[in-house]
Design a protein around this ligand. Structure first.
Ligand code: CA
Length: 723
């Protein structure tokens, strides 16, 4: 008995020791803070003495990257340790599935107290936190509201960056001091529209910020897509929102109109008076110069850059001070020694480079994320590492720090071995990071792209124009000339293309679900425009969605269409050659905006097979995505999902077998009510399973008799749907 007691005491003592040794984690995170604006990264435009304290006592990671350069997605990557296509949050506006495993949840389950204060931006309530108080959506700089755990909002008077820190330190004070903790202190700043605190108005007064060398980039030597951007200092700064003018836009050639300065509306009278006292004389001076003709195009861009960059840097000044407050608190409360402190931001940002503000592109300025870490006794002071790290690594890192299990499906890798070794990666560390941006042609008109970056080279792929871009970062650090057509780089291009394909495989990237246009093909572009216009008219009861087999209702199927559908307000949304990813693009770019039919007939996927031999599982995900889009946009529409029609002469045709495999998967996507599945292959096939050229002359597309059989086969179901 005594022995048992001794053993138990030992176990309890060991457990208690483990408990005390598990480090606390303070993860300070800001929004859009580029490394070019951090002292420890060599900023030429500002100082950040408080953030630099972390670098001095710990480490700076110089090659730290995001997986998807946009607010919500980066946060989802961090929480899950997985790329966007796996965690499901691919673009802002998606809803984060809080049911999935995240590192705060796992830390919580292993005895950590967990809290998040500040910006969240994932459109569902935080999960895995003992305490949370977060900004609604983007939040506000002035007098912000915070969503509360019990529901509702709370209004605070003051400046957001200060208030987030107050609330974070407040939680540290009142936490259960017997447990290790995770605190995520997430600032709104320095996100657009860059509204500084009153105490920082005079920073940079009469001290112009140096311009980046590429402020007047003409985008030559790279994809024409760069020119189509809508994020330039020259053309896309909003008169009120960004540039802080009041009243009507007086120079619509130079400034965008429409978006008000919402911060100004939130201010108290005293705040407004201080704001006006600072901005109005400067604005007036600019307007006077404009009126007297002293400002040419270049001078106006330069003025806009100064207004933008000084506001941005002033917002960072408040972040920096508040990082200092947290570090001071940890010291004064005796927590420093056993607390890991990380400073990072959701992605980088263009500070005038390439003539831009904003992020999204895979170019260095927005691909890079700050990552500074202090872990006393583990990370040697003043470490500077060039290892390739990514935001999907944070979750496994935090878990390993805490001695918590890392789920096997986490895609990132723990940085703990690097942290312990002074920044030197282990021999089997990654040679390249994978990046993917999904928000096609949405805000700022940056196209979908993905790619890889090694320590020296960067390869990007733009599906919209089917273009590769290749950069040698050693010779061309500003990425001013793509080498993808340079014969001297052919082997490097081929090697990187293979690396890109292999990393897509490694991370289960599925091109069947990545929205893609074929806008570079004139015929496709023309048809897309026509269908979008048809869709706009609205008033449809029935829609057919698909590829050339659907488009063929206007060709070989015309007579049958007349007979069955012309009188039923039907629309044909078929485009020859389309795969699932193109249909996804079309349905999210205008072709479903005004179409709210009673029923939709969906048949898609044979080109994923024919052109790509794509894995059936991936194609099924593409079809699933299409159904999700229809469900989201028109929940009242009944969907008839058709199995992909048979192709090839015999049942042993490999492409036909691929379609069979896809069909076996997609039939499970039907709920039997709103979404119903039919496989009508039987009406096209002979008894022995061969396909007759009398039905499909090219063994893929239907003739008139084929269309007649199709129409007849689905007619009962359409009647059932109320047509
Ligand atoms: Ca951001």
């Amino acid at each position: 008995m005594r022995r048992l007691c001794t053993l138990l005491c030992c176990l309890v003592a060991t457990w208690a020791l483990c408990q005390t040794e598990r480090p606390n984690i303070v993860f300070i995170f800001s929004d859009d803070h580029a490394v070019q604006a951090i002292g420890a990264y060599g900023s030429k435009i500002n100082t950040t003495p408080q953030i630099d304290r972390i670098a001095k006592d710990g480490a700076v990671y110089l090659n730290s990257f995001c997986a998807n350069s946009i607010c919500g997605p980066s946060r989802a990557c961090i929480l899950t340790g997985k790329h966007s296509h796996i965690n499901g949050f691919r673009r802002n506006g998606d809803r984060f599935d809080g049911g999935q495993p995240t590192f705060p949840k796992i830390l919580q389950a292993t005895g950590y107290q967990t809290a998040i204060v500040g910006k969240w931006h994932l459109n569902t309530d935080p999960t895995g936190f003992d305490y949370w108080e977060v900004l609604p959506d983007q939040g506000s700089y002035y007098n912000p509201d915070f969503l509360q755990m019990g529901g509702g909002k709370k209004h605070y008077e003051g400046y957001c960056t200060d208030i987030i820190t107050d609330r974070a330190i407040g939680w540290l004070e009142k936490r259960d001091k017997s447990k290790p903790f995770l605190l995520m202190c997430q600032h709104k700043a320095p996100h657009r529209n860059w509204a500084p605190a009153q105490r920082h108005f005079d920073l940079f007064k009469d001290k112009p910020v140096p311009e980046p060398a590429t402020l007047f980039d003409d985008y030559s030597g790279r994809s024409a897509l760069l020119k189509e951007n809508e994020m330039s200092v020259a053309r896309h700064m909003h008169w009120q929102h960004d540039m802080k003018f009041k009243g009507d836009n007086l120079y619509t050639n130079h400034f965008a109109s429409g978006t008000p300065n919402a911060e100004y509306r939130r201010m108290t009278d005293a705040q407004r008076a201080a704001w006006d006292a600072y901005y109005e004389p400067l604005n007036q001076a600019f307007l006077d110069k404009m009126k007297s003709g002293q400002m040419d195009e270049t001078a106006i861009v330069r003025w806009k850059y100064q207004r933008y960059i000084t506001d941005y840097l002033k917002c960072i000044a408040a972040v920096d001070e508040n990082v200092g407050r947290v570090l001071d608190y940890l010291e004064s409360s005796g927590l420093s020694k056993n607390t890991v402190v990380i400073y990072s931001a959701d992605q980088g940002f263009y500070l005038g480079e390439h003539g831009w503000y904003d992020k999204r592109w895979m170019f260095e300025e927005s691909l890079k994320m700050p990552f500074l870490i202090r872990w006393p006794g583990v990370v040697p002071p003043a470490t500077r590492s060039t290892a390739l790290i990514q935001n999907i690594d944070y979750a496994p890192t935090f878990l390993e720090m805490a001695g918590a299990p890392i789920p096997a499906d986490v895609q990132g890798r723990s940085l703990v071995p690097l942290l312990r070794s002074g920044g030197t990666p282990p021999a089997d560390w990654r040679d390249a990071i994978y990046y993917a941006y999904y928000e096609n042609a949405a805000v700022h008109n940056v196209p979908v792209h993905d790619g890889v970056r090694t320590d020296r080279y960067k390869l990007m792929w733009f599906p919209r124009t089917r273009e590769w871009q290749l950069f040698d970062l050693a010779r061309d650090p500003m990425e001013m000339r793509s080498l993808h057509e340079d014969p001297d780089h052919a082997a490097i291009l081929a090697g990187l293309q293979k690396r890109c394909a292999d990393l897509r495989d490694l991370y289960d990237v599925n091109s069947a679900v990545i929205p893609s246009t074929r806008g570079d093909e004139p015929k496709w572009k023309e048809r897309d425009a026509l269908l979008t216009q048809n869709a706009k008219r609205g008033g449809y009861d029935l829609a057919f969605i698909g590829d050339s087999i659907t488009q063929g209702w206007e060709g070989k199927g015309k007579v049958v269409w007349e007979k069955y559908y012309a009188h039923r307000n039907a629309i044909n949304l078929g485009i020859g050659g389309d795969r699932t990813e193109h249909v996804i693009w079309r349905l999210t770019h205008g072709q479903w905006n005004n179409v709210k039919p009673k029923a939709a007939v969906v048949m898609i996927g044979t080109n994923n097979t024919g052109h790509f031999d794509q894995d059936p599982e991936q194609v099924a995900q593409g079809v699933g995505q299409i159904l999700d889009i229809l469900t989201q946009k028109t929940p009242g529409t009944k969907i008839l999902l058709l199995g992909i029609f048979p192709r090839g002469e015999t049942p042993w045709d490999l492409k036909r077998l691929n379609n069979v495999a896809i069909n076996q998967l997609i039939r499970r996507l039907a709920d039997g009510e709103r979404v119903q599945y039919m496989d009508i292959s039987g009406v096209f096939l002979e008894k022995d399973g061969t396909l007759s050229k009398d039905i499909m002359p090219d063994l893929l597309h239907l003739n008139e008799e084929g269309y007649e059989r199709w129409a007849r086969a689905i007619e009962p179901k359409l009647k059932e749907f109320g047509l």
